[in-house]
Design a protein around this ligand. Sequence first.
Ligand code: AMP
Length: 173
Amino acid sequence: MAEFDLAPFIRDVPDFPKPGILFRDVTPLLADAAALREAVAAVVEPFRGAGVERVVGIESRGFLFGTPVALALGAGFGLVRKQGKLPYETRQVTYDLEYGSDTVEMHVDAVEPGQRVLLVDDLIATGGTAAASVRLLQDAGAKVVGCAFLIELEALGGRAKLGCDLVHAVLRY
Ligand code: AMP
């Protein structure tokens, strides 16, 4: 079977959310049943048989892809969110941005010590958010078996920051 081309379902939006940023909009892909199915299958593919016990998604588009990935792998799902959004007791990691800093949080029971976890987001750019999320998972005692993204902005070199054994991206720009 010919490989399904997902690239036409990513919409490039120049100067969003600020001038100079080319935003990779995944909503056309989410809207198309076949593209959505193929995208989830492509994110999952290297991790079949990897013994993933929990998938953790990064707010907010990591939730959209992470949850069906968890279903496909027979795993449960956990959430990494920006500070102040989660209702229960949390762990936190603060990381540097170009200007200032940001904090990600996860419920203390989002993963269990020793659990085999796959981290999922829609896109890796600088890798700052995903690297902080890997640290959250490691602080919680989880074994991070992989980091999976639909899209990687390769020129930014984010994957090298992650400290993740297997970094998988479906589409690379
Ligand atoms: P970073 O921490 O720089 O890797 O940024 C990753 C987060 O920002 C992800 O959750 C992405 O959804 C979002 N993001 C960063 N750059 C873009 C972009 N060019 N288009 C769409 N989303 C982006």
